[in-house]
Design a protein around this ligand. Structure first.
Ligand code: NDP
Length: 240
């Protein structure tokens, strides 16, 4: 039986590339998404990977969905916390909703999903958790106090949970992508994006596959001595 991998926010962008890569490597992949049914249907048609709708910021809904996934596909042995949103705005204009939505969706979600799988991983003596952080959680970014806080929190979350899981065969790592060509980045105004690309030493945006390859390595048996680390995949934009 192949290992079951759950990828949150798996139906678009970086998540889709991770799902596709893990499926290619022989894992049983389940994607989650938040609300875009059309994109999810198209994803499943393209990839043959099931897509399950639940809001990762909702503790009870996430718990119930992960229990159902365990019944339908088997226990989740690989968890990729990839779902994320932006609600940008400078601090003096940011609403509480913008702050809270991003913290709940990008950071509290990691607690919700990990809490639902951690007991089983510890009991079985094997688990892989990979959290998708961001260069902006490492370096900060104008207009993203909410997003930078959530992503920075992910890096602390990773190191703390890694310490707890280490003796039980559960590794916990983070990937910190730079700017990657997805819907999220396409929403950035073209002139701003041009300026951002000028700060990337390799001279291009990342591709979703750049991140997927890194996740695939971190969940593999080859990475069993790597835990609590953050791998930056950012074209040299920020060397941390
Ligand atoms: P996209 O906007 O392309 O896709 C986001 C995915 O997350 C979608 O599948 C979306 O589902 C899902 N999602 C959003 N909110 C929820 C929710 N509440 N519950 C469940 N699923 C949800 O994002 P990217 O591929 O660009 O980004 C993926 C991750 O990488 C994010 O965590 C992002 O912060 C991070 N990242 C991205 C960078 C980039 O340059 N693109 C750079 C650094 C980090 P639905 O389709 O239903 O909305």
């Amino acid at each position: 039986m192949s290992r079951v991998a759950l990828v949150t926010g798996g139906t678009r962008g970086i998540g889709e590339a991770i799902c596709t890569k893990l499926k290619l490597k022989g894992y049983t992949v389940v994607a989650n998404y938040g609300g875009n049914d059309l994109a999810a249907e198209a994803f499943t048609e393209r990839t043959g990977i099931p897509a399950i709708k639940f809001d990762v910021s909702d503790f009870e809904a996430t718990k119930a969905a992960i229990e159902q996934i365990a019944q339908d596909f088997g226990p989740v042995e690989i968890l990729v916390n990839n779902a994320g949103i932006t609600r940008d705005g400078t601090m003096h204009r940011m609403t509480f909703e913008q702050w809270n939505d991003v913290i709940q969706t990008n950071l509290t979600s990691c607690f919700n999903t990990s809490r639902a799988v951690i007991d089983g991983m510890r009991e079985r003596g094997f688990g892989r958790i990979v959290n998708v952080g961001s260069v902006n959680g490492q370096a900060g970014q104008y207009g993203q106090v909410n997003y930078a806080s959530a992503k920075s929190g992910i890096h602390g979350f990773t190191k703390a949970l890694a310490q707890e899981g280490a003796a039980k065969g559960v590794t916990v790592n983070a990937v910190a992508p730079g700017y990657v060509d997805t819907d999220m980045v396409r929403a950035v105004p073209a002139d701003v994006l041009e300026k951002i690309i000028a700060t990337i030493p390799v001279g291009r945006l990342g591709k979703p596959e750049d991140i997927a390859r890194t996740v695939e390595f971190l969940v593999s048996d080859n990475a069993d001595f790597i835990t609590g680390s953050t791998l930056s995949v950012n074209g040299g934009q920020h060397m941390y």
